[in-house]
Ligand binder design. Sequence first.
Ligand SMILES: [Zn+2]
Length: 552
Amino acid sequence: MLKLATSITCTLEGHVRKYLRSHWWVTLFIFFFPLIVIYGYVDFIRSSELNARLGWLLMVGGLAYLFRKTLSQKLLLGVLALMALSGAFDILYAVTFGGIFTSASFEAMMLTDPNESVEFLLAYASLENVLLFVLYLGIVYWSLRQVNFKNVETKKERFYAFLGILMVAVAIQQIYQRDRFFDTVPGFVGVALDYSNNRKSLDEEVATRQALFTNKAFSAHKLSEKPQTYVVVIGESMNRNHMQVYGYPRKTSPNLSDLASETIRFDNVVSAFAQTRPSLSVTLTEASSDKSLPESKAISLLGAVKKAGFKTWWISNQQPLRTPTTAIAAIADESHFISHDFHGVENNRYDGYLLPYVKQAVEDKAQHKVIFVHLMGSHLQYRNRYPESFSVFQGSEGTRPYREDLSSSQLQYINEYDNSVRYTDYVLGEIVSFLKPGPQISAMSFFADHGEEVFDSKDFKGHGPDGVTKNMLEIPFLLWRNEAFQTAFPDTVKRLQARRGAPFMLDDFFHFGLSVMQVESDLLVKERSLGSVEFKPKARIVYGRDYDKDIK
Ligand SMILES: [Zn+2]
């Protein structure tokens, strides 16, 4: 009996030892130990993180049967060592900051002074992160030293080798199709490759926009020399049909409701696209969705008001490396991306953290100020957009979904979305409270880059060009102004109030902005500005479809 037990243990031990010496073990460990740590420390992980690692396991594991020559074997070991280093960084970042690497984390890292780096590392070193880091690399080193490569012999091994080659093809196809490494190459390395690629093209865009601002001949001047402060708040993924001020049964915007008598609410405004980048490219510049003027030749609203003599700010809770906002922000006199304060981590980075920076800008000594504020609003993972104290909506009361018997997860998304709307309302209320006390003329506009479908008209949550719904386009558009503004520019106010229901598309915001901020410019097309006598509504074509005829 004892003999049998010993022999079983011995065979088992033999098997384990054999397995630990196989290339499968080290490959599995290198790709999946970091993922386990990430799952333990990070709230929100894209599914691609798992898929990419599975793909790489099959790829490296399969190719190992073919890479038996010294040189090719060294190459494969080199790739594994590189991925292990990448995994070690993933572990450090996840344990220390509770996030996974993004381009924003890279940007935050790049902004760290090299002299500060050592100090930085020491400040964040803990028993937990150092121990996991050392344990991981230690086991990798031990496994790589004794790894045994095997020739293709059995049918099964031939199949694995074939899968390995197939995965190489899949990876190349994915990188080519997505035009990025991230999502295909897991963790740190994938983001690093994209970062260096994007950085180059973004640097070019920044230089182009700077040159355009300096060289393009255009006029812009203030119509009033009185002190003025304007705030342009850019929301994210906000569907106005989920806002109390637009008739939603839930109290999602109590602050805006309280401000109703001081606010002009436009009821018929749509975004020109259902995605951030194309929408903001035409919203924040003189370009329009008809493409008559290429974006690269279009002056930004920020550039125009800056030329008119306003001091400009760009304060953002969005990614610091994005088209077109990075290049527009670069023109501003002052810019701040709060992701730098958070080492690029997206979790728990609420829009409320923007408020001290906005307050500081409002209190700045300059007489003429325009402050652009870019919110994270209701982006993607709604529940990551507001602190626990704003988790107010539960159950289904007051919702207006596409069908009565929603699943609990659908209902949860709606509740989380409504909480995020309520949080944005709080942020807007705070900004107005900064502007209110001043004797100077001030106003705040608010719109979102596009809307969001949240199971309102179909079984879908999100936004995008395919299957676009009215909820992805119907955005809030509000202008709060104080008494001084009212007194100084009564004609503008009267005209705007008369046009509350006028059909307007966000790509003409440039012209609206110039009229409201009382800037005279040869770039201003009066027919396109709600604030001008000459305003003429136009057909609102979104992705080739007429919103008023086909989508509404
Ligand atoms: Zn967006």
